[in-house]
Structure formats: C-alpha cells, structure tokens
Write a protein that binds this ligand. Structure first.
Ligand code: TXA
Ligand code: MG
Length: 327
C-alpha cells in the first residue's frame, strides 16, 4: 500500500474498509488495535504484513456482543460465566476452543482462540457496523511500543494500513489480561488491565501466573508473550537508582511517582507518571510517556520499577520486556 491512511472519526468509512477486506486501526479502552475481519484470511494476512509480525504469534478476536461468541468459540466453559458477567465488556481476554470458522492464521494453528469484548463504545460500534468479529493485535510494528493515541499509530503504520479511527487517548493504557481455564485451573498468560486480585475475587479460587521464564525469543511454546516486546528505539534500562548513569549519555527518566526518585539532576528529561503514586493514573500514561521519551533522541531511558501489586504487575511486565538487555 503506498497511500497514507487518513485519521478520522468516520465509523461508516472504517466499517466499509473492513467489509472490503482492509485493515483499520481502532480505538479500544486498552490500546489501539489493528483490525481486520476475523473470518477473512486474506484480510488477516494483511495485519501480519503491516505489523511485520511473525505468524506464530496469534491474534485476539474482538466481539461487540455475546451473540457473536458462538461463531468463534466451540464451547463456553461454565467457569467463564462469572468472569464474562463481571469483566465483559472490558480488558479481559479469555481462551476458548475455536470453531472451524476462525482461520488458522488468526490462532497460529492452535486449536484455541483468544476472545475479548472491548469496553470502548467506538470499538463495539465498529464491530456492529462491520457485522463481523474483528481480529486485532495492538496497532504497532512488531516488538515496538504499543499505541495509546491515533498519532502513535500513524507514526508507525500510516503507510501500511487503510484508515485510522480516532477516538482520543485510551483510558486503561495497557493491554487486556489474558486468562485461560485448562486442566482445572485458571492461568494468567499475560497480566493486564484486570488485576489478579480482581480475578481471584470473582472466581473464588487461586489464579496461577504463567511462568514467564518459559518465554523464548522466537518460538511461543505455550503461547504467551515474547521476551522482547514493547521496545522503544532508545535503549531502556530499569533501575531504582542512578548507578546505571554515564556522564556522556543523554538520559531520560521515567519514574512512577515523586517518591520513587533517584537524584533528578543528571536527567535531560523527567516524566513522572503519577505524582501521588496512583497506579491507575500511571497505567493510563505509561505507553504515551515511552513514546514521548523515544522522540527526544536520548541515548538512554532509565525507568523505575512499579510496586508489584495490582496494575503494577502488568506495568512491570511491560517494562521488563521493553528493557534492552545489552546497553
Ligand atoms: O488489549 C488488548 O488485548 C489489545 C487490544 C487491541 O485489544 N490487543 C492485544 O493484542 O494486545 P496482541 O496481539 O498485542 O496480543 C495478543 C496475544 C498474543 O501475543 C498471545 O500471547 C495471546 O494474545 N494469544 C492469542 N491467541 C492465543 C491463544 N489461542 N492461546 C494463548 N494465547 C493467545
Ligand atoms: Mg502487542
């Protein structure tokens, strides 16, 4: 595609592109997604092409209402009922056995499919107008920082997609929590916008965290996330103090709160995600702050770790994957 996608608020145009087999960036409450008709294999292939995403990394299928679920999921485990009631629409993705209608390209050949019902009204209106479930990964180039505004999408993908549907900044700010029920237990495959505490309270049983040490660089054995992901182009390191600083490097600081502060003097630019240490506020601003620092032509970004509870677990997961191992 050699044209540049326009950014607009026209649902009818966006839905027309989708019905004609195109790819459209859509707002959700978590991050912007890059959407295509989940039942159209050629359209889904364009997602992988635009993102330069390896086809072993499966996509999430988005629905606007429960009546669409039976087209995608072969069975609906009763264990999911309280979760769907409480967190759909919202930032929770559930893993189901797939139907034959869902192409192997969407699921990377797995017998299962990831499904979520976004809370963003514009996302649901778009699905309703397109009248098909939409396969959508985050709308960034593979491995790079996730987009939380239409401009973030345009920076990376404008020349590769058909349309960018703009509905302002995303309010959750990190991707959905991915949860599966298998062999009698719940397992979080990716921490995200719904916390483990909230999940546990809802299902009244222990929630197992997928062992991220099993993640590899190139192959997803039990599908989850790749080790290096969400990366800015500027090298990023996680540190609670200034030990990593070198005087000849232009360095930016991404800190959680005013309380988590190394000495600020050596930094060219400091972004504080939440002055009062509010994890919800920090989550909303997290990816936008990384995009902002990444544009300043710094030599290094230092990020302070988050408290390891609630949304802090999802933020630490994103930071660890965004960090460059050799700086
Ligand atoms: O909030 C979100 O989830 C955003 C918005 C756009 O909805 N989407 C998103 O998609 O984060 P993406 O492609 O960045 O993450 C999809 C991940 C895959 O990397 C994989 O880990 C998991 O979902 N996944 C997809 N299908 C799966 C399956 N059948 N079994 C296990 N994990 C699966
Ligand atoms: Mg992603």
């Amino acid at each position: 595609m050699s044209h540049i996608a326009s950014i607009g608020t026209d649902l009818v145009t966006a839905a027309r592109f989708l019905r004609e087999g195109g790819v459209v960036a859509m707002p959700t409450e978590t991050v912007y997604g890059l959407a295509a008709n989940a039942f159209d294999e050629r359209a889904v292939a364009k997602i992988f092409e635009a993102k330069q995403r390896p086809t072993f990394d499966p996509l999430i299928v988005h629905i606007d209402e429960l009546s669409r679920l039976s087209q995608i999921a072969a069975t609906i485990p009763e264990e999911y009922q309280p979760l769907m009631e409480r967190f759909w629409p919202g930032p929770l993705t559930l893993i189901f056995q797939k139907t034959a209608m869902v192409s192997d390209l969407v699921t990377s050949g797995l017998p299962t499919v990831a499904v979520r019902m976004p809370a963003h009204p514009v996302a649901r209106q778009l699905i309703a107008k397109a009248d098909v479930p939409l396969a959508a990964p985050s709308a960034n180039l593979f491995g790079r920082t996730s987009p939380t505004t239409a401009d973030h999408v345009a920076d990376q993908l404008a020349e590769r997609i058909d349309y960018i549907l703009d509905a302002g900044p995303c309010i959750v700010g990190v991707e959905s929590t991915i949860l599966r029920f298998a062999e009698g237990r719940f397992e979080v495959l990716r921490p995200g916008g719904v916390t483990q505490e909230e999940l546990r309270d809802c299902v009244n049983q222990a929630i197992v965290q997928y062992d991220s040490l099993k993640y590899t660089d190139t192959k997803i054995d039990a599908p989850g996330q790749l080790k290096e992901h969400y990366s800015p182009q500027t090298p990023l390191v996680i540190s609670a103090d200034n030990a990593v600083l070198k005087p000849d490097r232009k360095t930016g600081l991404l800190r959680f709160s005013e309380a988590t502060s190394p000495d600020l003097k050596p930094f060219e630019k400091v972004i504080t995600l939440s002055e009062t240490g509010n994890l919800l506020e920090a989550t909303t601003r997290f990816f936008a702050a990384i995009h902002e620092l990444d544009k300043l032509e710094l030599d290094l970004i230092v990020a302070t770790p988050f408290p390891n509870h609630g949304l802090g677990i999802a933020l630490n997961d994103r930071l660890q994957r965004a960090a460059h191992r050799f700086v």
